[in-house]
Design a protein around this ligand. Structure first.
Ligand SMILES: Cc1cc2nc3c(=O)[nH]c(=O)nc-3n(C[C@H](O)[C@H](O)[C@H](O)COP(=O)(O)OP(=O)(O)OC[C@H]3O[C@@H](n4cnc5c(N)ncnc54)[C@H](O)[C@@H]3O)c2cc1C
Length: 431
């Protein structure tokens, strides 16, 4: 399979699907209904991007669950969702062990994707384009944090290593390291992977297993005080639900509000640029997490990708995709060119703005039921590291729905209870 360098390539399409010989509609043509087949479903999932589709697929595969599943999606083109704006990278460099384990599960899952999807020969195993993450520390407190995290990651089997400034200079001679004390570098299974292909397979295989996808905008949620009972769509259609899953990404708080619930998640803008360099580096550029907060990495053979937050990192409207062009000139480019003087001459190839579903309490996922409305299930707040968590989180929520508790990985620290008590389950390695 040709690697997708940008993370935006369409998922792989086999030749016989690209040029269908038969009259039967393709899976994608059959993807979205305009009317639901039933009035009520055991599980209604609001949001059909990677999280909603992951939950749908895991549930559809669970031998202990034979209920009806409906996924409702307001934007069947998926043009606006976070999943379409992602940089699609995976790492094991987190400060919280559960996040490390979650990514490690994804690695195992995607590398054996064909087997994990029932041996379907259309499904290709996915690989990681392994350039590694490199976190740079410019002060002693940060250096100590990175060392402690590296020891924990290493104990869990990650290939993270600490490099002194001299070792960094030897391994990556293109950096200006004057202000740097040390770096934490991932030597295996950290880099770009084709998250779009995983999303596509979750969705296609869920549909093939009987999950319905409905084009519709959920505008209201009915409850009886203890349970969510139904949802109402913009066109007035009302659909009953056994469980209601909030997979609404940056719109998670809007959907929760419809059920009278609060969740500390807001859409925060994140900018991405891809540039070509007049003098490309002589070796792959790790995903460098600069102390300035800007991160940059190899993208194509001679192109590089950069991510940054706006200066005023506040909540924005979920349909605000305005690009701030000045931040590149005044802030981002100067920082990159200082860190890597070879990047003094470059040309922007493309750029876009997307949204993190930003958990303002602790920048970690919120997963599982609300304590008062117990069939209202969250899978939200991934704060920029959700794509790589989609397999573990989808499996976990499917277990909650099918069995009433986690069976494979105990994800209860991500539960809503910490929101009630205001007790953060913090992740400090958020980029
Ligand atoms: C710039 C950027 C870079 C990123 N890079 C990475 C990365 O390198 N690695 C990583 O792991 N993660 C990354 N992420 C994060 C990752 O992309 C997200 O965590 C993940 O895609 C979230 O998926 P989701 O399904 O929860 O949300 P979304 O993809 O936003 O999907 C939510 C869906 O819900 C639908 N919806 C919302 N409200 C309603 C409603 N009322 N009715 C019906 N439908 C509704 C929306 O239309 C949307 O399709 C990045 C994100 C951004 C923005």
């Amino acid at each position: 399979m040709t690697p997708c360098w940008t993370g935006l390539c369409p998922p792989p399409v086999a030749r016989d699907q690209a040029y269908p010989q038969q009259q039967e509609p393709s899976v994608s043509q059959r993807t979205f209904r305009t009317q639901p087949e039933h009035n009520t479903y055991d599980v209604v999932i609001v949001g059909g991007a990677i999280m909603g589709s992951s939950v749908a697929w895991w549930l559809s595969q669970n031998v202990d669950f034979d209920g009806r599943i409906l996924v409702i999606e307001r934007d069947p083109s998926f043009e606006q969702c976070s999943t379409a704006h992602t940089n699609s990278c995976i790492r094991q460099q987190f400060s919280e062990p559960l996040n490390v384990k979650s990514s490690q599960f994804t690695l195992q899952f995607i590398k054996g994707l064909r087997t994990n999807m029932g041996g379907d020969e259309r499904v290709e195993n996915l690989s990681v384009q392994d350039f590694g993450y490199l976190y740079l520390a410019d002060n002693h407190a940060r250096a100590e944090e990175l060392k402690a995290a590296q020891a924990m990651q290493s104990a869990l089997g990650a290939g993270t290593r600490i490099l002194t400034r001299d070792e960094l200079a030897e391994a990556f001679p293109f950096y200006d390291l004057n202000d740097i004390i040390l770096g934490s570098h991932g030597t295996k299974d950290e880099g770009y992977w084709d998250g779009g292909a995983l999303f596509d397979w979750f969705r296609r295989k869920a549909i093939e297993a009987g999950v319905e996808y409905l084009s519709g905008d959920v505008t209201d949620v009915q409850t009886d005080g203890a349970r969510a009972t139904s949802v109402t769509l913009l066109d007035g259609t009302q659909i009953g639900c056994g469980h209601l899953v909030n997979a609404a990404g940056p719109r998670a708080a809007l959907l929760s509000k419809m059920a009278g619930l609060d969740v500390p998640i807001e859409p925060r803008k994140r900018f991405t640029w891809v540039f070509s360099a007049a003098n490309p580096l002589d070796r792959p550029l790790p995903l460098t997490v600069d102390p300035s907060g800007i991160h940059f990495r190899q993208d194509g053979p001679e192109t590089y990708m950069v991510g940054a937050a706006p200066h005023d990192d506040v909540a924005v409207a979920p349909d605000d995709f305005h690009m701030d062009h000045s931040i590149w000139e005044t802030h981002v480019w100067p920082h990159i060119a200082t860190r890597i003087p070879q990047f003094e001459a470059l040309k922007i190839v493309t750029e876009w703005a997307g949204h993190y579903a930003y958990n303002t309490l602790d920048q970690n996922a919120i997963l599982g039921p609300h304590p008062d409305i117990e069939n209202f299930q969250f899978i939200n707040g991934f704060s920029g590291h959700g794509l790589q968590q989609a397999p573990a989180m989808g499996r976990g929520l499917a277990e909650i729905i099918a069995h009433g508790g986690y069976r494979s990985m105990d994800l209860s620290p991500f539960g809503y209870e910490r929101i009630v008590t205001g007790t953060p389950f913090g992740e400090s390695a958020v980029i």
